[in-house]
Design a protein. Structure first.
Length: 345
């Protein structure tokens, strides 16, 4: 049968309409494909702008720091929640505040008010408490690593941990490292500049008062007599800060260990380590006082030049306990008063 042109045209139109209808049905029944961000591309309200997506995916800024054990540790560029074993004074000195600190830091009389609200992490360290505090950085001494190796292993799983040594200049080496870790190097430079200005004036005053006379610090405990060198209990403040002369025997010990803490000596050796002016540390309670009473009765004590000349001063144990930079700075002021008073004729 032959069809007219009009019939053929109508057949073609009808066929085309059927094809378009089929395509429309497939689109309505299709499932939208999720985009890379997990949202439906067909839903305008779920779309994420490139800038917002970048912020969501961005990680906290970090950098690599090499600690005193030679470890390269990835740490936050600007840590906000820091726990320290012994360095709270240095943290406070740059205008920051730790969230937790070791028990020794709470014995520092010059910073006790500033440490209000700071958690004591305990001795041995309470790993569970540290976990609850959620630090983003832990700063401990190398001694801490030696004493508590098991705790250190657990702490490394909580946050980055760096180790710093006491065997270095506390103001010009250790302090700048702590400030660097905290992103506070400029604040440390200002603090050191202020300290150096005070130390310069202090040295001039004590030099005018005592000249080249020697000065030493020792501590009497039950069964133990110690001479302090160039670190804690006024050692660094006396030797490096005020640059006071030490007896030859003390200088020899410092030469062996530049930033050593103390050496124990026998009573018979005391005259070798004694000085023109002597500072004595004896706890006000317990057996230490009885030990010192016995020392006072000895001929060795009575014949010391400082004893004969009335140049023996007693220091408060708690006040001089720390080797931190704030204790160094504050006790230096008291030392100047004592030495300039004793130097007056």
């Amino acid at each position: 049968m032959r069809l007219s042109r009009k019939s053929i045209f109508m057949l073609l139109v009808f066929t085309l309409l059927l094809i378009l209808a089929a395509c429309g049905s497939e689109e309505k029944g299709a499932t939208p494909t999720p985009n890379a961000g997990g949202t439906n591309a067909s839903t305008p309200s779920a779309s994420v702008s490139p800038s917002a997506s970048a912020k969501a995916d961005a990680k906290p800024e970090s950098r690599v720091f090499k600690d005193d054990l030679g470890r390269e540790v990835t740490i936050p560029t600007n840590p906000k929640k820091v726990i320290v074993s012994d360095f709270s004074s240095e943290v406070l000195a740059v205008g920051a505040k730790p969230i937790g600190a070791g028990p020794n830091d709470f014995k520092i009389v010059f910073t006790q008010k500033e440490l209000a609200g700071v958690e004591n992490i305990g001795d041995p360290p309470n790993v569970e408490k540290i976990l609850q505090l959620g630090p983003d950085l832990i700063i401990v001494s190398t001694v801490f690593n030696e004493i508590y190796p098991e705790a250190v292993t657990q702490l490394t799983k909580i946050s980055p941990i760096i180790f710093l040594s006491f065997d270095q200049d506390p103001i010009h080496s250790l302090f700048p490292k702590i400030a660097d870790v905290l992103g506070k190097s400029d604040e440390a430079k200002k603090w050191i500049a202020g300290y150096e200005e005070e130390a310069k004036l202090a040295r001039e005053k004590v030099k005018a008062a005592v000249g080249n006379e020697t000065v030493s610090i020792f501590r009497v405990e039950k069964g133990r007599l110690r001479i302090y060198l160039n670190r804690n209990f006024g050692g660094y403040m006396t030797r490096t800060g005020l640059q006071l002369r030490a007896p030859a025997a003390v200088e020899a010990e410092i030469a062996k260990n530049k930033f050593g803490s103390a050496v124990q000596i026998s009573l018979e050796k005391l005259p070798d380590y004694a000085a023109d002016t002597m500072f004595v540390i004896v706890r006000s309670e317990g057996d230490d006082q009885a030990e010192f009473k016995e020392l006072e009765k000895s001929a060795i004590w009575k014949n010391l030049p400082a004893v004969k000349n009335g140049k023996v001063h007693f220091l408060e144990t708690d006040k001089y306990y720390g080797s931190d930079i704030i204790t160094i700075r504050e006790t230096m002021k008291e030392f100047v008063q004592l030495l300039t008073a004793s130097g007056k004729k």
